[in-house]
Write a protein that binds this ligand. Structure first.
Ligand code: ADP
Length: 388
């Protein structure tokens, strides 16, 4: 079959393509375009004829580069760009460049595909990815928190187990001695009852009493720990003379003193303070009993206190065994005992309780210590006005 009008046939083929086609000369004047391109840019073929391609693309567009260097590798594949519609909207397109020659003149053709839908999908996917990323981030944080909580409760559990083990060790060491002393004394009491040796019997009864008091004290300490920890201790403030309280503590400590051991306390102040006397008594007694225990015969212990407008400062100084420097940071930990305590009896609870009580009174406790030279503990408590 022969085609009568080839030009018309070419036009039909040209207009039925899936992509927009634009052909321009080296001055970038459009010499040919098809219907699909008209649909993309919203201009008729007639309107496009003779127009400069700069009106469709941004200036310095890819076309300028292609005209100068048509052989560049990047022009061998499709390139994403934008085309400007009649209403100045920018449409995302895919461009494919080619150079042709007609009557010895160069022409440049661009195949243009509208990729709005694809781009929208890409944006949608990007947004979904961002959302997904955010959700993953949230889940990660939740997961991290859950792991942290789990670790914390595991640590707590471990710590509890440790404490239980320590308590059992402590109980067997510290409770065994007084219990066997009680047993011996009670056996002797029975023996002396027969022989009518009343004074010996009384002596052992007193011993039993003392041991029971000691055991009671230990159990009280453990219970106190629980109360401090659960925040159940609420200070009960009253007015009293600090020097009287310290003198009472010193008198109570007399039976514990080693040979020729002395406690110096110069009572400089007569002032009345407003504090919890019972708590303060436990704090000072614990520190003083340690000072007595961890010193030797003939040693001296110095107690001082200073009152100023803001606070009450108490210091207790001994020249005993001291605390090894590398263990000083652990001294307030429950059950901790420094390696140099040797056969000195103890449970490692006292200072932990002291610290808890000092916190309870919103004060601070610190110390300075040099091994084999001595230790000074400092307690600072805020001065509370009775009307507060
Ligand atoms: P403990 O029952 O062992 O005395 P504490 O809690 O009272 O327990 O004290 C903890 C540890 O701190 C002691 O075991 C000891 O190592 C150290 N320590 C406390 N006070 C003194 C002190 N005045 N001199 C030397 N070491 C001390």
């Amino acid at each position: 079959m022969m085609l009568k009008d080839k030009k018309a046939f070419y036009k039909v083929c040209f207009d039925s393509m899936q992509v927009g086609i634009l052909v321009c000369n080296s001055k970038k004047e459009i010499v040919l375009s098809n219907n699909p391109l008209s649909k993309i840019v919203g201009c008729s073929t007639e309107d496009l004829f003779g127009k400069n391609t700069d009106e469709l693309f941004n200036e310095n567009s890819l076309l300028d580069e292609f005209i100068k260097h048509p052989g560049k590798v990047k022009f061998k594949s499709v390139i994403d760009d934008y085309i400007i519609k009649k209403d100045y909207r920018k449409i995302p397109v895919e461009l494919s460049f080619g150079k042709i020659e007609y009557e010895k003149k160069p022409y440049f053709k661009i195949l243009i595909t509208d990729i709005t839908e694809r781009k929208n999908k890409e944006i949608e996917i990007d947004n979904l990815n961002i959302k997904l990323g955010e959700q993953v981030e949230i889940r990660n944080v939740e997961l991290e928190n859950a792991v942290k909580k789990l670790k914390a409760s595991l640590n707590k559990e471990k710590e509890l187990n440790n404490l239980k083990t320590k308590f059992i060790t402590l109980a067997s060491h510290e409770f065994k001695t007084p219990l066997s002393a009680i047993l011996t004394s009670s056996e002797l009491i029975v023996k002396y009852a027969d022989l009518d040796k009343t004074h010996k019997r009384d002596e052992h009864l007193a011993k039993v009493k003392m041991m029971i008091t000691h055991l009671n004290g230990m159990i009280d300490s453990l219970l106190t720990l629980e109360n401090i920890e659960s925040g159940e201790i609420i200070p009960s403030y009253s007015n009293f003379k600090l020097s009287d309280l310290i003198n009472e503590i010193i008198t109570n400590s007399k039976p514990l003193l080693l040979n020729n051991q002395k406690i110096n306390f110069n009572n400089n102040y007569n002032e009345i303070i407003f504090q919890d006397a019972n708590i303060l008594k436990i704090i000072i007694s614990n520190i003083l009993y340690n000072a007595i225990k961890y010193s030797s015969d003939n040693s001296k212990i110095q107690i001082e206190y200073h009152l100023n407008e803001k606070d009450i400062q108490i210091s207790i100084e001994d020249n005993g065994i001291g605390i090894p420097e590398d263990e000083q940071s652990l001294i307030f930990k429950r059950f901790f005992r420094a390696r140099n305590v040797g056969y000195f009896p103890g449970t490692g609870i006292g200072l932990n309780i002291v610290k808890g009580y000092v916190n309870c009174l919103k004060g601070t406790i610190s110390f300075k210590s040099v091994e084999n030279k001595g230790t000074t503990f400092y307690v600072q408590l805020p001065k509370i006005e009775s009307y507060e």
